[in-house]
Structures are given as C-alpha cells and as structure tokens.
Design a protein around this ligand. Structure first.
Ligand code: 26W
Length: 777
C-alpha cells in the first residue's frame, strides 16, 4: 500500500480507533482530507504576491476537486471501493456555501486557476459560521434553514492561532483568528492559501460576572464577538446598510491588512517604500473597499507616513472590480453609522475626499460637475467612488459591462481617469466545470485531442475536425444522455421521487432569483407553450423538461412570489394528463455548487435571458456552453462574447438590445402590449384569475402590478418582460423545432464546447496578473 492510503488508515486509527471498513462516512471524509493535506507543502512566494480580498468565496465541495488536482482522485475512489464504499459517498457531505452566487464563485475559480498556473494569488475573506441558507419548499413556498457547513468537520482548514490579530471597533474589540485552506493547483505543484478570518472574544469568559451568578453577562463578550462572523448576508442585490455588515467588512479587511503588514516587515523591516512592489490587492466589488482608508490609517498612524506617501502606496497597491450595473447595488454607508462603528477610519475617508477636491480643482472640473464625484455626499460615503479614486485600476467583468461602466454607470469618473478603466471578461475553471463534473465528456475530449485542455482550454479548438464526424457526434449525444440519466437519479433522491424523463429536451435556468434575470419571463413562456399544447395550436413539440434552480433573498418578496408561481405552474403541468408526456416543469430545491455540477452536464438549452444591459457578465452561461448546451439568450453580459466565439447560428439570440431599450425607455407602455396581445394577456392573467394559487398571500397580485402598474420606485415592467415576450417564445420554439434533428443539433452543441476556450478563468487570471497586478506569468 502507498503512502496516501497508509495515511488515511493512520488517521482513522488515531482519531477514531476504527479501520476503514468500520468507519462512518464523516470519519472517512476527515481522514481522507487530512491525509491529502498532510502531503502538501505550501509554495513560498518570492516575488510579488497578489491578494484577492472578497467577502465571499464559494468554493464548493473540496474533497473531490482537491483530490483531482493532486492526482489522487482515482486512488481515493479505489480505496473507497476496496473498503466497501460507493466511490461517490462523499457527495453526502455538505457543500460549503460561503457565497451568494456569481461573485463568490468567481473568486473560487480564480484561486483554482492561479494555483494551476503558478501565480501567487492568495484569498482573504471571512469564515462564516453559517453560509448561505439552505432552501426547501413547503407548499411551493421557499423556506430557509441555517447552513451548518461545519457539521462534519472542516478537515481542509488549519487554524493559525499564532497569526491572530486584534480588530478594534467603537464598541468592542475582537480577536481575528485565521483559518488557512490550501488551494491546490492542477498537478499539485503550486499550493496557495485561502485565509478566512473568524471573530472571537479577547477573553473567553468573565469569571467576575460568573462568580456574581450573572451568567449571561459572563458570556456576553463571546456572543458579541462571534456574532460578527456568524452568518453570510443572503442579499446579492441591494446593500443592507446594517451595522453588522459594516463590521464584517472592516473585520476581515483590517485583519488581512495587518497580516500583510507583518509579512512586509518580515521581508523588509519597517521600510514600506516597496509595499506596492510586494503586494497587489484586488477588491472584489465594494465589500472590501474599506481596506483603502484602513491601510492609509495603518501607514499614517502606526508608521508615521505622510498622507502623500501613504496615498501613493495605497493607489499602487489596490485595484477594484465592479460586478453590477444595478445602481441600487452600489454600496453607500451612512456617515453616522460609519462613525458609530469605525470612527478611527473616518478621518482617512475625509482625507481622501479633500485630496479628491484638490485634484478636481487642479483639473479644472466645473463645480456643477463635481457632485457626482463626491465620496462623501448627502450624508453618505460612496464606496464605488472611493474605490475608483483611490485605486490604479477599475474593471468590469465582460466587454459590454465595462463599456457600460464608462458610458452609463460612472461616466464622470471615466472622463476624469480614462486610463484606469479596463475590462476583464470573467471565466470559469475547467477543472471543476468539466474535468470533475463531466468525466465522460472529459474522456471523450482527451481521447481525441489529449489532455492539454485541462490547463489550456483553447486546445478545445483541436476538436474542429470532429464536428462533422457522425461517430463522434453520436458518442457526444450518448454522453449527454448518460449525464441526463445521472441527473434523473439525483433528482429522484432529492426531489421526493420526482421522475424526470431522460428522453426529453432539458431546458435549464439556474442562477440567483432576481427580477432582472427574468425567471418570470421563462415561466410565462412555459405557460404559453402549455396553453398552446392544450388548445392544439402547437403540434410537433419536442417533449421538454423545464428546470429551474434559484435561491431568493429571504426578504425579497417578489423573488419569492416568482418561485411560488413557477412551483404552481409545475404542479398544474405535471399533473395534467393531457400534456404530461410532452412537458415537465421542476424547480429543484437548494440549488448550489454541487447541484450545479449535476445539472450543467445534462443541459441541452442554457437560459440566459436577462434584460439587455443588466447582467454584468454571468458565469453559469460559460459552464453550460462548455458542457455543450446552446444558449437561448439576450445580447447581454458575456452572452455577447459567447456567440462571438461559437457563432450566432449555433445559439438562439432574441430580444431587444441595450440601444433598442434606451430608445424606447421613455415611451414604453406594457399595458398596450397586454391589451393588444392575447397570448401575453393569457399568461399574465394567470397571476390574478385564479388559475394558479398563491395561498392568499397577495404575492401574485404584486407581480401583476409590478408589470402593469409599476410602483413608487420603478416604472411598470421595468425589465421589459412583455416587450421581449414574443421574440423569446419564437426563439424557444425555434430551438424546439431544430432539436428534432438530433444530429444537426448536437453539432451546434459540439461547436459550443469546441469554442469555449476563451472562458477559462485561466485566461482571466493571467490578464489580471499581467495588466493589473504586475505579477509575472
Ligand atoms: C451589497 C449587496 C450586494 C451583494 C453582492 C450587491 C451586489 C453583489 C454582487 C456584486 C452580485 C453579484 O454576484 N454579481 C455577479 O457577479 C458575477 C461575477 O462577476 C457576474 O457574472 C454576474 O453577472 C453578476 O451579477
């Protein structure tokens, strides 16, 4: 037996006193993970180190991906099988959930890519006690429960007590304790670190209070300290503006900077003039932007630097990524709240504001143009403005998004500092999103072009000669069917025995629930098809399963209403004997990274239907493309680049463009469409005519009103569902007709896989390294 297997046995014996055959699954999971960790040595950083500051890292289940990258996955599977376990048994171990969606998952893909390509990129974030809530449905309504992700242990992390630092707030002082997780590159050669901070009390227990029999007071400090990292905010659209959220942000930024300053001192003593040559810090959206004034504070207060010197270092060190166009998502903090939480940081925000004013004056910006540029204004601190001002680079996450940043979101900043604005189109790691989640397709590819694609996804282009090879296309279709069967099995277990039909076309929309992503439009189109099948106006329809996965922020009423609406449609459709052999509708519960790994390889059609100009990039669209789904989508976010790569003719683009929507914005009246178009009326009316039931919550009426009446804060149908309805339905039916020709359709899918090379996060991370971080690649 080899070292790895011996190590597993040793951990099982020492930690639990069992043999492999006697072990429980959690025991095995811990022993296998620890054995793998033990084999690692962290790569020392010699040159510049890039640091990714992010409130979220949605890494997913680590055991299989780490073993894959270490080349130990097959050995682990064999070991499990030899000892009488199903090699997939760790799938019962919970997924981590330390992120909401795209932004957190992107951070995880970047870490994987950087480690694979020997780029020293270290992650810094928060070790939430509870991650994103788990979701289940009760009578079709979303319910939430706590995500206790540590309940089977956390064998991949190492607690670094010795690197603990102190973080100070106006009303409390806490200890920040780092937990380091190895980030293992493909091949296992480079190991970087993801450092997640946990908040703990300075003193564990107050014996004086205890002796006075004041038990609550005795533990009060502990409770208040632990509260800071207790739970991830489940909001991925509107900032909550809450004290605790600000504490979380300051907590991990201050701790991470303290740890970097110590590292700098180890390298160079207390000469900080090389700081920006030694460290690059990427700010993942505005959540960590408070790190900017905090580093100024540290340099000026602790190391007596002048503002001018400190500011140059800060600007050269930091760069900022924007992930959203939605104006309401740009974070601001009430000055009064900020002062009540971190008063020591506020003077440094004011210094930045004053410095900005000097620059504006020098550049001769007229006073009337200055208001949109103020960091502190109207009693608020504008974090995105602070970020653009105090960093050397600001980037968007897809071409169109970066253009919109310049033209629409922050044009006054672009005029001031055009040289700072960049684009870095997002990407995904092909290790998790192909090699791991679709081993069948991976083997198919490797048999034809070798395995170079695992670290160089552009090599997929070498598949070109096979796009017209009937035998290859037939095999490619067989693999899709195999992945559908596996998904059917998973669904049967996780959705109360639901029997998904593997012979159907699988049409999949998986992403956070948000009005701009237009799951409601998808729902309307399904109803339209349902009615047309029933009244016989639609014939020759290829049987289709419409699948959804999405979590709604718990306080987002409309999003929850949409989930209930789709679950109601599912109930009606799935029970209707007249259509049930032609359509199925299913909203899966608790969609997360692990569920995505099952759904994505089984998809034929990828629904990417956001209103043009609203989705910054999207990354699920890339995962689905890579796994051979055609995109049914709008010209939005990275969809534009996807069809640029794989051809309009191999995808299904519909709907208004950004320019078209801008042109009709002032005159758009959804009521006219509603009144003139009976198909629209028929589906929209199901919200209020009693066809579907929202349990007297008023949720459906509210959705109806949002489309036809609007509200105090937005116009009717602000996301143009009714405007795009017809062209969407037309495109959806076109996909369906063309799917009948299985051979030709699978060629389109194949061409998508073949052209997905651009969307590797390996490419993205290398661009950041070369064009923002100044890290050699
Ligand atoms: C403070 C509230 C809040 C929280 C999170 C506002 C905004 C966010 C994120 C920026 C939302 C997010 O995840 N954005 C997504 O980022 C992905 C990675 O770049 C993109 O692919 C998605 O299009 C974008 O919606």
């Amino acid at each position: 037996m080899n070292q790895f297997e011996q190590q597993i046995d040793a951990f099982l014996e020492y930690d639990y006193g069992v043999t492999a055959r006697q072990a429980t699954v959690p025991q095995l999971y811990n022993a296998v993970s620890k054995a793998a960790v033990k084999s690692l040595s962290v790569s020392p950083v010699s040159g510049k180190k890039a640091c990714y500051f992010s409130a979220e890292f949605l890494v997913g289940r680590l055991v299989y991906s780490n073993l894959l990258n270490l080349g130990l996955l097959d050995r682990c599977r064999a070991y499990l099988a030899q000892n009488g376990f199903d090699p997939g048994v760790f799938e019962t171990i919970e997924d981590d959930a330390l992120g909401n969606g795209g932004l957190g998952r992107l951070a995880a893909c970047f870490l994987d890519s950087a480690a694979t390509h020997d780029i020293p990129l270290y992650g810094y974030g928060i070790r939430y006690r509870y991650g994103l809530f788990r979701q289940y449905f009760e009578k079709g309504f979303q319910k939430e429960t706590a995500d206790d992700w540590q309940n089977m242990g956390d064998p991949w992390a190492i607690r670094r007590e010795e690197d603990t630092v102190i973080v100070v707030f106006a009303d409390q002082t806490v200890r920040a304790v780092p937990y380091d997780m190895p980030v293992i590159g493909w091949g296992g050669n480079t190991v970087n670190i993801l450092r997640l901070w946990q908040s703990e009390p300075v003193s564990a227990f107050d014996f004086e209070q205890f002796n006075l029999q004041k038990y609550d007071e005795a533990v009060a400090e502990r409770v208040r300290a632990e509260e800071i990292t207790a739970v991830l905010y489940p909001n991925d659209d509107t900032p909550v503006g809450k004290q605790l959220r600000l504490k979380q942000q300051y907590f991990f930024c201050s701790a991470s900077l303290q740890s970097l300053v110590k590292e700098s001192i180890r390298r160079r003593g207390d000469n900080f003039s090389h700081f920006a040559e030694d460290f690059a810090i990427q700010l993942n959206d505005t959540h960590p932007v408070i790190a900017i004034p905090e580093l100024l504070r540290i340099f000026m207060e602790d190391y007596r630097m002048s503002f001018e010197d400190a500011f140059v270092l800060v600007r050269d060190t930091f760069a900022y990524t924007n992930h959203t166009i939605m104006a309401e998502a740009l974070e601001t903090w009430d000055t009064s709240l900020f002062l009540s939480v971190v008063p020591q940081v506020y003077p440094y925000v004011v210094m930045l504001q004053n410095s900005l004013n000097r620059d504006l004056k020098e550049k001769g910006v007229p006073p009337q143009e200055q208001s949109e540029l103020q960091i502190i204004s109207g009693g608020k601190i504008h974090m995105a403005r602070l970020a653009v001002y105090a960093t050397h680079a600001t980037n968007g996450v897809a071409k169109i998004h970066s253009e919109l940043l310049k033209s629409t979101v922050m044009p006054e900043w672009y005029r001031l500092y055009p040289e700072r604005f960049q684009n870095k189109t997002n990407g995904i790691t092909q290790r998790r999103w192909l090699a791991l989640c679709n081993q069948e397709l991976s083997a198919f590819i490797t048999e034809r072009i070798g395995n170079g694609w695992i670290t160089d996804l552009n090599q997929l282009k070498k598949l070109e000669p096979y796009q017209n090879d009937p035998a290859s296309l037939a095999r490619y279709r067989d693999i899709k069917r195999e992945k559908k069967l596996q998904l059917c099995h998973h669904v049967r277990i996780h959705e109360y025995g639901f029997e998904l039909n593997p012979d159907f076309l699988f049409d999949i929309q998986i992403k956070r629930l948000h009005e701009y992503k237009r799951q409601l439009l998808n729902a309307f189109s399904i109803l339209d098809i349902y009615f047309a099948l029933k009244d016989g106006t639609l014939t020759d329809f290829y049987p289709t399963a419409f699948l959804f996965g999405a979590k709604a922020a718990p306080g987002y009423r409309r999003a929850k209403g949409i989930i209930k609406f789709i679950n109601e449609i599912a109930r009606v459709v799935n029970e209707d004997p007249q259509v049930k052999d032609r359509m199925q509708v299913l909203f899966v519960q608790n969609y997360n990274v692990s569920y995505a790994e099952k759904l994505i390889p089984a998809a034929d059609v990828s629904e990417q239907i956001s209103t043009a100009g609203t989705e910054a990039s999207g990354t699920g669209n890339m995962k689905l493309m890579l796994n051979g789904a055609v995109t049914l989508g709008t010209l939005d976010g990275a969809n534009i680049e996807i069809v640029e790569q794989s051809g309009m003719e191999n995808n299904y683009i519909f709907g208004a463009t950004v320019e078209e929507l801008a042109a009709i914005a002032d005159t758009y009246d959804p009521k006219v469409l509603y009144e003139e178009n009976s198909r629209i009326r028929r589906v929209v009316d199901t919200l209020i005519d009693g066809t579907l039931d929202d349990g007297k919550t008023g949720l459906f009426q509210e959705l109806y009103d949002s489309l036809l009446e609007g509200a105090s804060w937005h116009r009717a149908d602000q996301y143009y569902l009714l405007h795009d309805f017809e062209s969407y339905c037309e495109a959806k039916l076109r996909v369906n007709r063309q799917y009948h020709n299985r051979e030709e359709f699978s060629r389109k899918c194949f061409v998508n896989t073949m052209n997905a090379g651009k969307f590797s996060s390996d490419r993205t991370v290398k661009e950041y390294a070369a064009e923002i971080w100044g890290v050699p690649i």
